[in-house]
Ligand binder design. Structure first.
Ligand code: FAD
Length: 258
């Protein structure tokens, strides 16, 4: 079985996030770049399958700036067999639509049985990538899994819904997205880090995928303006002097919160 895991480099989740007000992009120099934790958990799903079936081949794929090599290599150190890095200056500021087009083209080259993604990244927070990829690839999409099982050409699992759980499944090939309910990823050990240096690491560009990022006939989002989030204002304090409940209810009604 061939499994592709989509991993994204993000600014350190626990560090300061900054917006470059000139470009409107995340200021990637403002904090350490790391492999998104949800991507690591997605990789753990694939590696667990590889642990139980030695014929499984795991490929990590990322579209990221050319400085992301070390971050992607961490996936190899954790146990993936090979990596594909889509790096191209034309991708700076790529929106979800272009990213999905690029990642789908990269996935088509590998003919994977299963594509594993996180449900939402910690920086972009779009949460749309898995659905867009499934649409591009014309694969079924099993969303927000909290457990994953692979059996006889099928992927199945559990998804949390309001007030309960759903058991869902799809025929392979399929795209699945997983949530933080799945186990944390393993740490790369010394042997893994050394082995990663010799594993296949392919760097490809837009021309390898036959994609024109400037193509005017394709809808792309256009950034009209960029502004920093205004500082939080102090909240209104309701002091209970006997009629606190009434004042609170009035506040909620006035602000259309009730
Ligand atoms: C040069 C360059 C600069 C970039 N700068 C930024 C930036 O400043 N801010 C920013 O948010 N993004 C940036 N990106 C990445 C890209 O534009 C976003 O990944 C994309 O818009 C996805 O948005 P999202 O994170 O909201 O997706 P979501 O839908 O929230 O992601 C869900 C899942 O999809 C997969 N996924 C998402 N993006 C990628 C990816 N790039 N590669 C592999 N798997 C992925 C992961 O498994 C992730 O868990 C840059 C990319 C390049 C090449």
């Amino acid at each position: 079985m061939k499994i592709a895991v989509l991993v994204k480099e993000v600014p350190d989740t626990y560090g300061d996030r900054k917006l470059n007000l000139e470009t409107g992009l995340a200021d990637r120099g403002a904090s350490e770049a790391v492999l998104d934790e949800i991507g690591e958990r997605a990789l753990e799903v694939a590696l667990t399958q590889k642990d139980s079936d030695g014929d499984t081949e795991v490929t990590v794929i990322s579209m990221a700036p050319d400085t992301a090599t070390a971050t992607i290599r961490k996936g190899l150190a954790m146990g993936a067999d090979n990596a594909v890095h889509v790096a191209d200056e034309g991708l700076a500021g790529a929106d979800l639509g272009l990213t999905a087009e690029v990642l789908a083209a990269a996935l088509r080259r590998g003919e994977f049985d299963l594509v594993v993604t996180g449900n939402v990244s910690t920086d972009g927070n779009g949460g749309m990538m898995p659905a867009m990829l499934a649409e591009h690839l014309d694969y079924p999409h099993v969303t927000g899994l909290t457990t994953v099982e692979l059996t006889d050409g099928k992927v199945s699992g559990t998804r949390a819904v309001e007030g309960g759980k759903q058991q869902v499944s799809a025929e392979l090939p399929a795209v699945i997205s997983i949530t933080e309910a799945l186990p944390e990823a393993r740490f790369p050990n010394f042997k893994g880090i050394m082995a990663a240096k010799k594993k296949p690491f392919e760097v490809i560009s837009l021309s390898d995928l036959d994609i024109d990022a400037e193509d005017q006939s394709v809808a792309r989002s256009i950034m009209v303006t960029v502004a920093e989030k205004p500082p939080r204002e102090a909240g209104e304090k309701v002091v209970d002097e006997g009629n606190g409940g009434v004042e609170l209810a009035e506040y909620l009604t006035k602000n259309r919160l009730a």
